[in-house]
Ligand binder design. Structure first.
Ligand code: URA
Ligand code: SF4
Length: 201
């Protein structure tokens, strides 16, 4: 077996999974990143939020969504009526992929190979938490869960039911930070989150 699958313990709770993920060599990203950043939140959470991969701050601190994108996400969740402490937050890829430019570490989008390699962790998290709703933040998470042909731009905010859970996608909070009109992008992000919450209540 290639990818993370060889490192994922068979039957597990989140603590066991998180500990095992520290030693994952399922793709090359562990070589340059500081540490594995595993998902966090209550094991009985009814909502799972999936981002792309840890950023610079997440890589240093070891927790998901603690940098600028995380602060924006927190604010948007509050405005959409979603309690972050009740949500399990994770990423499609558990190690930071970056390029060094001088002293700066610039985020690089993970490729399909890395997403597929890391999917065994995401699947294990979903199997343990068994959420009612999965929200994908951005194209990388959406494609990881819904397949490579899924287009966030066409289907953002729509709730799709599967055998296991309802799933919806919206943009990534980092894309809101980069948007030319940040206020408009932010309002659209909050509107998606609110619509997804209301459709699944
Ligand atoms: N962006 C992500 O997708 N995940 C994080 O944890 C932080 C930034
Ligand atoms: Fe393992 Fe995922 Fe890290 Fe690759 S990115 S080494 S598959 S945890």
């Amino acid at each position: 077996r290639s990818g993370a699958a060889a490192f994922v313990p068979d039957s597990a709770d989140l603590t066991t999974l998180r500990e095992a993920a520290c030693d994952c060599h399922g793709c090359d990203l562990y070589k340059h990143a500081t540490q594995t950043v595993f998902g966090e939140g209550p094991q009985n959470a009814s909502v799972v939020l999936i981002g792309e991969q840890p950023g610079d701050q997440e890589d240093r601190q070891g927790h998901p969504f603690v940098g600028p994108a995380g602060r924006l996400l927190d604010k948007a969740l509050t405005e959409a009526g979603i309690d972050r402490t009740q949500v399990y937050l994770t990423n499609a890829v558990k190690h930071f992929k970056f390029e060094e430019r001088g002293k700066r570490r610039i985020h690089k989008q993970p490729g399909r190979t890395e997403v597929v390699a890391c999917s065994a962790w995401l699947n294990a998290e979903l199997a343990v938490v068994r959420p009612e709703l999965v929200v994908c933040l951005g194209a990388v998470a959406a494609k990881a869960v819904l397949g490579p042909s899924f287009k966030v731009s066409e289907q953002r905010g729509q709730v799709i039911s599967t055998d296991d859970y309802a799933v919806a996608a919206t943009v990534h909070p980092s894309s809101v930070l980069r948007a030319p009109d940040r206020d408009v992008a932010y309002e659209a992000f909050v509107a998606d989150l609110r619509r997804i919450r209301q459709a699944t209540e």
